[in-house]
Design a protein around this ligand. Structure first.
Ligand SMILES: Cc1cc2nc3c(=O)[nH]c(=O)nc-3n(C[C@H](O)[C@H](O)[C@H](O)COP(=O)(O)OP(=O)(O)OC[C@H]3O[C@@H](n4cnc5c(N)ncnc54)[C@H](O)[C@@H]3O)c2cc1C
Length: 364
C-alpha cells in the first residue's frame, strides 16, 4: 500500500480483515498528506445522483460501524444544513434535493422561520434551507491512525520511488530503504498518486484553506452548515479562486471555517486575502463568530481528478497494480467504500457499489 492517508489506512483495514497481509509505505507517516488538512465531513448532501453518491451512501453506512470497531474517532452523526440566501436559490436547492431523494438521500426543505430550530445563531434574512440528516463528521487524522492500528498492517516510513515491473506485471515497489516485493500494490498516494512514471494518472492538486477558531464552551454551530454556492464550487473545473461559506464545530469546541478552492500547483502558502474572505463569509452566516479569534489557519491540497470521480480499481496497463486515489474534497467521506471496493477487486469478492465508473482506464 503506497500512502497512509485516510484512503490507504481504510484499504489496509478492509484488506487485513479479508485475510490479506498488508505493508503500508508512507514517506511522511500517518495522515501526513491531505488527510491531515481535511475537515472530516462525511457528506451525501453535496453529491448529485450518480456513481459518487452511491459510493457516498455506502461509505456513510460503513463509517457508523467503523467508529465502534476501531476504538472511536469522534464520529458525530450531526446532519447537514444547506442554506439559501434568496428564494430563487432555495428553489434550486429544493429541486437538487428532490433528485437526491430519488437516489436514496434523506433531505427535507426548511422554511426560513424554522432555520433557527436547527441553528439558533444563524444570521437574519436567509430564505430557508435543506436539512440532510445523514451527513456526519469524524476527526480525520484520528480515523486514519485508528484504522491503521486496528488493521495490524506494518507501516514503513520511506518514500516509494517507483513500481517494480517485470514484463507487464507489478511485483513490488522501490523505496529509499530498498525493494519491497508484493503480490499486489495499491496506489493510495492521494494528490501525488499520478506521478509514478510507469502508470501515470491525471490527478492534480486543488488547494483549500481552513480557519480554526478559539474553542467555545458551547459551540454555536450544531450541524455542518454551508451555502448553496459550495455545491456549485465542488462541481466546477475552474482554476481560479472560488469560495463559499462552510462552517462546523468540532468536539474540542473549535469552529472550522472553509471553504476555498483553487488550482495553483503544489503551492501551500498562506494567502491572507483568502482567509479574510472566508472569515467574512462565516461571520455573515454566524455573526456570533465575530467575537472569536482564529487560532490557526492552514492549506491542504485536494487530489483533483478531471471528471470529479475518484480513481478506483485495477490499472489498465500493468497487472497487480490497483489505484485508490483522486477523491478531491470527499476522500474522508468516501474512504471506507473505496477500501471495500479495492478489497473486493483484490480478493475476487462481489462489489457493493458498481465499480466501472471509477475504473482508471477511463483516462487515456
Ligand atoms: C481544506 C480541505 C478540507 C477538506 N475537507 C474534507 C471533508 O470535510 N470531507 C472529506 O471527505 N474530504 C475533505 N477533504 C479532502 C480529503 O482531505 C482528501 O480527499 C483525503 O484526505 C485524501 O486522502 P488520501 O488518503 O487519498 O490522500 P492523503 O491523505 O494525501 O494520503 C496520501 C499519502 O501518500 C503519501 N505519499 C505520497 N506519495 C508518496 C510516495 N512516493 N512514497 C510514499 N508515500 C507517499 C503521502 O505522504 C500521504 O500521507 C478536504 C481537503 C482539504 C484540503
Amino acid at each position: 500500500m503506497v500512502g497512509a492517508g485516510i484512503v490507504g489506512a481504510s484499504c489496509a483495514y478492509f484488506l487485513t480483515r479479508a485475510g490479506v497481509r498488508v505493508t503500508v509505505v508512507d514517506r511522511g507517516g500517518v495522515a501526513s498528506g491531505t488527510t491531515g488538512a481535511g475537515e472530516g465531513n462525511i457528506l451525501v448532501s453535496d453529491k448529485e445522483p450518480g456513481p459518487e453518491l452511491d459510493l457516498a451512501l455506502r461509505s456513510n453506512a460503513l463509517w457508523r460501524d467503523l467508529d465502534e470497531q476501531c476504538g472511536g474517532f469522534e464520529w458525530e452523526p450531526k446532519g447537514g444544513l444547506v442554506v439559501a440566501e434568496t428564494p430563487e436559490v432555495l428553489d434550486a436547492l429544493t429541486a437538487f434535493a428532490g433528485g437526491q431523494r430519488a437516489g436514496g438521500v434523506a433531505a427535507a426543505r426548511v422554511a426560513p422561520g424554522d432555520l433557527r430550530d436547527f441553528e439558533p445563531h444563524l444570521a437574519d434574512g436567509l430564505a430557508g434551507g435543506v436539512h440532510y440528516p445523514q451527513d456526519a463528521q469524524v476527526q480525520p487524522m484520528l480515523a486514519a491512525a485508528r484504522l491503521l492500528r486496528a488493521s495490524g498492517a506494518r507501516l514503513v516510513r520511506t518514500a516509494v520511488e517507483r513500481f517494480l515491473v517485470t514484463g507487464d506485471r507489478v511485483t513490488g515497489v522501490r523505496t529509499g530503504e530498498g525493494d519491497l516485493r508484493a503480490d499486489a500494490v495499491v496506489n493510495a498516494a492521494g494528490t501525488w498518486a499520478g506521478g509514478f512514471a510507469q502508470a501515470p494518472l491525471p490527478i492534480r492538486p486543488r488547494k483549500g484553506f481552513i480557519l480554526v477558531t478559539q474553542p467555545f464552551a458551547d459551540p454555536p454551530v450544531r450541524h455542518k452548515v454551508y451555502t448553496a454556492a459550495y455545491v456549485t464550487n465542488v462541481a466546477s473545473d475552474a482554476e481560479g479562486l472560488e469560495t463559499s461559506g462552510v462552517i462546523e464545530s468540532t468536539r474540542a469546541g473549535t469552529v472550522l471555517i472553509g471553504a476555498s478552492r483553487q488550482r495553483v500547483g503544489h503551492d501551500t502558502s498562506i494567502d491572507y486575502r483568502v482567509l479574510a474572505k472566508l472569515a467574512r463569509q462565516a461571520i455573515g452566516l454566524f455573526p456570533v463568530l465575530a467575537d472569536r479569534q482564529v487560532i490557526r489557519a492552514y492549506a491542504g491540497l485536494r487530489p483533483y481528478s478531471p471528471d470529479h470521480l475518484p480513481v478506483i480499481g485495477p490499472d489498465h496497463r500493468l497487472e497487480n497494480l490497483f489505484h485508490a486515489c483522486g477523491h478531491e474534497g470527499a476522500g474522508i467521506g468516501l474512504a471506507p467504500a473505496t477500501a471495500e471496493m479495492i478489497t473486493a477487486q483484490i480478493t475476487g469478492a462481489g462489489p457493493s457499489v458498481e465499480p466501472s465508473p471509477f475504473a482508471p482506464g477511463r483516462f487515456p
